[in-house]
Design a binder for this molecule. Structure first.
Ligand SMILES: CC(C)(COP(=O)(O)OP(=O)(O)OC[C@H]1O[C@@H](n2cnc3c(N)ncnc32)[C@H](O)[C@@H]1OP(=O)(O)O)[C@@H](O)C(=O)NCCC(=O)NCCS
Length: 153
C-alpha cells in the first residue's frame, strides 16, 4: 500500500545534498554530501528512496559483497517516522537481496538508538555481537555498536 503511494527508486547524485541533510538531522555526526557522492559512485552500493511531493523523506542504502549484504543506513524524516515507511524500505531491500541470492544481511546500530533496535528486532534481526566505544557522542563519550544479522534463506 505505502509502496504504491511512494514508489521506490534508487538515490541519484541530485539527492546527495538532501540525503546528507536528513542524515545529519537524525544522527550525531551524520554523513556529508560528499560521502553520499562516494557511496553512489561505488558499484557495490545500492539504495532506494522515498519522496513525497518531490521532497526526499527516506532512504535505505546497502553494500553487497558476494553472498552477504550490509545495511549502511536507513533514514526516515522525523515527521514521517512510525508510519510504516522504514518497514517498506527495508522490506523492498530484503526482497531485492533475496532475488540476488544474498544469504545474510548485517547491520550496526548504536546501543542508545532504542527506536532502531526495536525496529530491527521487529523485523527479525538477531543480535550477534557488540563493538564497544564505537559511535561518537557529544563530549568524549563513545557508545557501543550492536551488530545484528538476519538470515535470508
Ligand atoms: C528506525 C527508522 C528507520 C524506522 O522507520 P519508521 O518508518 O519510523 O518505522 P516503521 O513505522 O516502518 O516501523 C515501526 C516500528 O519501528 C519502531 N519505531 C518506530 N518509531 C518508533 C518510536 N517513535 N518509538 C518506538 N519505536 C518506534 C517500532 O519497532 C515500530 O514497531 P511498532 O509500531 O510495532 O511498535 C526511523 O525511526 C528512523 O529513521 N530513525 C532515525 C535513523 C535511524 O536510527 N536509523 C536506523 C539506524 S541505521
Amino acid at each position: 500500500m505505502l509502496a504504491k503511494i511512494y514508489p521506490l527508486v534508487p538515490l541519484v547524485f541530485e539527492d546527495c545534498q538532501s540525503a546528507a541533510h536528513l542524515h545529519q538531522k537524525v544522527f550525531f555526526k551524520g554523513w556529508k554530501e560528499n560521502d553520499f557522492r562516494e557511496f553512489l559512485e561505488n558499484p557495490l552500493i545500492f539504495s532506494l528512496k522515498v519522496e513525497k511531493d518531490h521532497e526526499l523523506i527516506g532512504y535505505i542504502m546497502w553494500r553487497e559483497v558476494k553472498d552477504e549484504a550490509e545495511l549502511l543506513t536507513l533514514v526516515v524524516s522525523t515527521p514521517y517516522q512510525n508510519k510504516g515507511i522504514g518497514s517498506v524500505l527495508l522490506g523492498r531491500c530484503i526482497t531485492i537481496l533475496k532475488e540476488k541470492h544474498i544469504l545474510n544481511v548485517f547491520l550496526e546500530v548504536a546501543e542508545d538508538n532504542h527506536v532502531a533496535k526495536s525496529f530491527y528486532i521487529k523485523h527479525d534481526f538477531i543480535l550477534l555481537s557488540k563493538r564497544p566505544h564505537y559511535y561518537p557522542r557529544p563530549g568524549k563519550k563513545k557508545i557501543s555498536a550492536l551488530n545484528f544479522f538476519k538470515k535470508l534463506v
